[in-house]
Ligand binder design. Structure first.
Ligand SMILES: [Zn+2]
Length: 297
């Protein structure tokens, strides 16, 4: 057992993961969730070893269908993407030309990149591009980053939202980002914060309820299939070890305007209402649910 980020062999065993029954050969008892004693990266031991075909099967199956977004939520997501792109433009010292979205999903970011005058490149192992999306001017690659084999110093910006927590070898991906990014180019990444307040509470609950026989933080094979867990420290480690300079490392939280999106008095409405105070408390505690970082080559 060796940390995928810093290489340290010492780790704290936290518990057993919850495992999707889809692949019967993957047995719950064979895996543990651990946290590195040096960089505090969370991972499964041993490493999850699904084949690429099996990962694709998982993601094309239900990952996106699960979303089931309302029109209002789609609009909210579009607004979020617009503000992220604005932020990237603010920090970029280059004239942004080729823009890669790794894990582009349905393609909302590619559309926005195109509208900003960039050359959008989308990459995804699953083929979930929105059927109604006009693909003119969009370069889509269906496969993994290494298969795409982009040239050296190729992109001005690499964008990757909610991907690194799913990938078996996140350090190799960051290394590849470094190779294909132009000098002074920017990488924009969002990953869940494993040390968020809500996860701290879950950790206590799971320990009390299951006595480490089950663990709720990293969720191999249970949607959304996370196998890596980052916090601020391990994310910074991973970025710097690959030669990048951190430009900004921020946090953001839940949806604080959920009542506009959810059907009033539905189950999900009450659930979000319950979580709402936690979301607010997590802001001054610096324990929000997502980490957002921009870094530079
Ligand atoms: Zn480590």
């Amino acid at each position: 057992m060796q940390c995928k980020i810093c290489g340290m062999k010492k780790a704290t065993i936290l518990g057993k993961p919850r495992i999707n029954k889809k692949f019967p050969r993957i047995k719950e008892n064979n895996y543990t969730i651990v946290r590195c004693k040096k960089c505090s990266f969370y991972y499964t031991n041993p490493m999850i070893d699904l084949t690429q075909e099996e990962w694709v099967e998982l993601y094309e199956d239900d990952y996106f269908e699960n979303a089931n977004l309302t029109d209002w939520q789609i609009k909210l997501h579009q607004t979020e993407i617009m503000s992220r792109i604005k932020l990237i433009k603010t920090f970029s010292t280059l004239n942004i030309d080729k823009f890669l979205d790794m894990g582009c999903g349905e393609g909302l970011v590619l559309k926005e990149a195109l509208e900003n005058g960039f050359k959008p490149y989308g990459l995804d192992i699953a083929n979930n591009l929105d059927k109604s999306l006009d693909r003119t001017g969009i370069n889509f690659f269906n496969g993994n980053l290494f298969e795409a084999n982009y040239p050296d110093d190729y992109f001005s910006v690499i964008y990757s939202d909610s991907v690194l927590e799913h990938i078996e070898k996140p350090m190799l991906v960051l290394k590849e980002f470094y190779r294909i990014l132009q000098p002074n180019g920017l990488v924009f990444i969002i990953v869940p914060n494993e040390d968020s307040l809500i996860n701290d509470i879950k950790k206590i609950l799971y320990t009390l309820l299951y006595n480490k026989s089950k663990y709720g933080r990293i969720k191999p094979f249970v949607p959304p299939y996370h196998i890596n867990g980052f916090n601020k420290m391990s994310l910074e480690y991973a970025i710097k070890l690959n030669g990048f300079t951190v430009v900004e490392l921020a946090q953001f939280g839940g949806n604080y305007t959920f009542w506009k999106a959810r059907k009033k008095f539905s189950k999900s409405y009450f659930f979000e209402l319950l979580l709402y105070p936690l979301g607010l408390i997590s802001i001054p505690l610096n324990k929000q649910i997502q980490l957002q970082t921009i870094f530079k080559k």
